[in-house]
Design a protein around this ligand. Sequence first.
Ligand code: NAD
Length: 303
Amino acid sequence: MGETLGFIGLGNMGYPIASNLIRAGYKLRVYNRTLSKAEPLLSQGAVLASRPAEVAEPGGIVVTMLADDQAVEAIALRNRELDERLGPGGIHLSLSTISPATARKLAEQHAQHGVGYVAAPVFGRPEAAAAGKLWVCLSGHRESKKRIQPIVDSFGQGSFDFGEDPGAANVVKLCGNFLIATAIEAMAEAWTLAEKNGLDRVRVAEMLTKTLFACPIYQSYGERIAQQQYDPVGFRLALGLKDVDLALQTATSSQMPMPLASLLHDRWLSGVAKGRSNLDWTAAALGVAEDAGLPIAKKSPTA
Ligand code: NAD
């Protein structure tokens, strides 16, 4: 292998993905806004860039795993340097959960420089990223998708191609996160209903997630919510609000009413307003407990 890749964004997800790429034999040139977060990767052979575009080489591949649309736009859209350095034959492999509209804008601008855009948002938390077990949704430039496939295979357990519309993979990602957010709200309400009726919420969660709801999301999130355990943080609550809002924006632009998403927006916004942005996004369940007049468990950091 031995190909050099650029990698921008070494947060909760970017860091373990970058580590896997190094393990798979890629050479990485990395950039992170907080440079110190890149340091452990340097001992694994990564080279540190002092600004984002510096990770790119002519005709090369740059992977981004940034927080949101604003961050991706700042690095890859408003600043043309990345496109200029990549040039014809270059590829931007974009793993962030961003709006389909932003993905389409990125693809259009990159194409003006001969750069291919591939959207590759992922399902799975940082533990899954570290284990190389992410599920990856792909869409975008056909030839570029072929070239990036081995990269995706080195951090994913499987990938699904949704065609050439650069926004398509992000639509799928938003559908998935909408389903997870509704499951979090539904389980928080169900476990709290059990508790208010004198039942052990953990036992109720165990029974239901071993039988009727025996699927990964209900089992892993169900246990966390039953135990009211919102640490360690895998996916920040502020990013959960971002995704609910992206689903709502996409719904608005496609004239698709999503009453549940509106309800989720208020739940997650209330969590942000109460200072819970940096708790895990399951901490939205604290709002359900508060509405039910229950004391917030002491193990919750912002209780
Ligand atoms: P994070 O907050 O841990 O990391 C975000 C990264 O973006 C950091 O490297 C930060 O330095 C960088 N960044 C943010 N704003 C920036 C800016 N303006 N300029 C330059 N860099 C900037 O987030 P994360 O959990 O790693 O998530 C990254 C992306 O992956 C998000 O789009 C998220 O929705 C998605 N995602 C997260 C998870 C998860 O479980 N954490 C799972 C699937 C997808």
